[in-house]
Design a protein. Sequence first.
Length: 318
Amino acid sequence: MVRLERRRRLFDAMADHDLDVLVLGRPADVVYATGARQLWTSGSRPFGPACLAVAETGRTHLLSTWDEGVPPELSHDDLYGLSWNPANLAASLAKIPGLSSARRVGTGSLSPGFPRLIKALASDAELVDGTPAIWAARVTKTVEEIAAIRRATAVAEAGLAVMVEALSPGVTERQLLAVYVERIASLGAPTPPSEAVATITGDLVALDAGAMVDGYEGGAAGTWTTGGERVVDERCRASLEAVVAACRGGATGADLRRAWESTGQPMPAVPLVHGIGLGMEPPIVAAGVGDDAVLAEGMALSVTARVDGFVERELVFL
């Protein structure tokens, strides 16, 4: 089961990084650790201790006021309720076995008052960056995770297809967005990863569709005319193929950037390569970003080429 395997990886990574407790607040990290279905909210949200993984007990604890969408392996004792009163939240956290005796507590994000909260709950604990442990667990994908990404990609391709069918002179980007969202929602993926799915420049329409299935993201992209004819720009295709060919275990972000530059095309403003899984993930390689990133066997990557209004995308599984 994918949830149990993810949890095993997370606790193994905690052991490798000498963490007694890992506090998670980012939605994707919480989903990875617990498998709980998250309600979609628009916009950003502040950090909060939404999930705690405790090495001593091997249990994960979730901030939740109900058990709807919570996997059966998380019992009611593993849940703690939401409260606007910090004292009540602290009291709930204090009841979690293994927290008070923790020596090293890692966190994937932070708020100004969080170190004081941890000191009050685990007086002898050192608060450290838990991000390396999180990504050590998440960066490579299991067979089940790759299958989920492929399912999400199939839904994205279905959304892309209905946008192509809707192409006609005078069609607007919002109209294309509407048919895309309707289609992916009908396939059980009502939350689009992005609204930026259609860009019309003159007679060209760049379509970049994504979908989230079981928490995992997939995508597909290409360029058409407003009349619905598929257009492949040789410069864009050559640049994409050069970067894809450079995506090998042990390659660096600098290697991928140089592969793009070897085609003579200027670096695009958006990432050339980023990890894909529970949304956008490291490594992220773009102009001035990610040169030191190192690719590893087992990664899932999204490679995107953009040249003068043309777009091409390919998913690469190392």
